[in-house]
Design a protein around this ligand. Structure first.
Ligand code: TYD
Length: 396
């Protein structure tokens, strides 16, 4: 029985940026109740009301992993490690997006799986075999019949988006060779709790995993985590290295035990921890609104920087609209010229000129703070300030 601990109100689908036409026909915009709960049995945190995958991951999915240098570098580094440490025969990527990881590998050694047509088109054009499909047992069996040995499966920020985790791990176990490795990475629950980054919750992020919950999920498929890495991307993620328990080639690293102990010390296994988190989220909302009210009272021009899915949760929960934020700036081609879901704040194509017009910029992409601060030295030098809600609302 999942126990609810957080109510983030009625929310639009986070990556559904609106064209003017749908903005006027408001009835078209779908809302859902964003509630978050804890499963005390397997210690898994999830949203309670889910949206069908086909509705979320369609032919116009806007998220592109290549939009950030941080992500590209992280993928490049990982590709090097995969080649040097495991030298796989064949790699399968589940949720290959625009090919940011696989472009580091030989075309003959990779299979991409990507349900969004616009993204699958990109990797197909790059010359990589791409299945334009959701991941499931049928597809796993089809691929298995064609390729003898798949010994590396990678999936980043995808498994947490799939409702039926049993089917995910069952099909992965079926296709992965006995000496193969599964590498998954997703936002870390411990980071989310510590940073009060409640914006990790939105319709696509059905789950926010911890090592503890991953262990509980995979053990029935005779899989185990043998190594783990902490990443700064996406506001703090964990990269899990998983093998079949029968594979004795790799020893379980001390890092796995250290991470588990850290999670337990934080009380990730106790419901009371989530109630404390809920209280912090409510305080965060109050404080952020106070900031905005005060700055608007002084006639300051505030904009948004990075029209992220995460910021959709924050702005809709805190009820911040375009009376507060004049517009968002974003580098993603498919987002510019559209409106933020729910709040209908206009998104403009990023330019330094537009940024320099603002007194304050709300960091929608707070997870790329370092990269953005490096890029915006001039804005900061001329007195421009950033606002972030992580870990507590503050002006930087
Ligand atoms: P991200 O935080 O990865 O994702 P999500 O939508 O899952 O919450 O998205 C970062 C967004 O910020 C993306 O739309 C690109 C944008 N962005 C900029 O506009 N400028 C930048 O310098 C960076 C790093 C990102």
């Amino acid at each position: 029985m999942i126990k609810k601990f957080l109510d983030l109100g009625m929310q639009p689908l986070a990556n559904k940026y609106l064209k003017k036409k749908n903005k006027i026909e408001k009835t078209k915009e779908q809302f859902y109740h964003l509630e978050v709960g804890f499963n005390p049995k397997i210690k898994l945190v999830s949203i309670l009301n889910t949206i069908p995958a086909k509705k979320m991951f369609d032919d116009n999915y806007p998220y592109r992993s290549s939009m950030s240098r941080t992500m590209l570098l992280s993928f490049k580094k990982l590709a090097k490690k995969i080649i040097n440490s495991y030298n796989p025969n064949f790699i399968l990527e589940i949720g290959s997006n625009d090919g940011s990881l696989i472009k580091n590998f030989d075309k003959k050694k990779v299979i991409c799986v990507e349900p969004c047509k616009n993204l699958a088109k990109i990797t197909k054009k790059m010359g990589y075999k791409t299945y334009e499909s959701f991941w499931n047992m049928r597809l796993a069996k089809k691929i298995k019949s064609k390729i003898k040995k798949i010994d590396l499966i990678y999936s980043s920020n995808t498994l947490s988006h799939i409702n039926n985790l049993n089917s995910v791990f069952e099909s992965i176990t079926n296709i992965l060779s006995n000496d193969g490795i599964l590498i998954i990475e997703d936002p870390s629950l411990l980071d989310c709790l510590k940073k009060v980054s409640y914006d990790q919750f939105y319709n696509e992020h059905i789950y926010v995993f911890s090592l503890l919950s991953i262990n509980n999920l995979i053990k029935k498929y005779k899989l185990e985590v043998f190594n783990i890495e902490k990443l700064n991307i996406h506001g703090g993620s964990l990269r899990y290295y998983i093998k079949k328990t029968s594979n004795k080639k790799y020893k379980v690293s001390k890092k796995v035990i250290v991470q588990l102990n850290k999670e337990l010390r934080h009380g990730i296994n106790k419901f009371s921890t989530y109630i404390k988190f809920k209280n912090k989220v409510e305080n965060s909302k109050e404080k952020l609104n106070k900031f905005f009210l005060k700055l608007k009272g002084k006639n300051k021009k505030i904009i948004g920087y990075g029209a992220t899915a995460k910021s959709s949760t924050v702005l809709n929960y805190c009820k911040v609209k375009n009376e507060t934020l004049d517009y968002f700036l974003d580098t993603t081609p498919g987002k510019a010229g559209k409106y933020m879901p729910g709040t209908h704040i206009y998104i403009k194509s990023y330019s330094k000129r537009l940024l320099n017009r603002a007194d304050y910029a709300f960091l929608g992409a707070w997870n790329f703070k370092k990269e953005i601060f490096n890029k915006e030295k001039q804005y900061i030098k001329r007195g421009g300030k950033f606002i972030t809600h992580v870990p507590i609302p503050r002006i930087i």
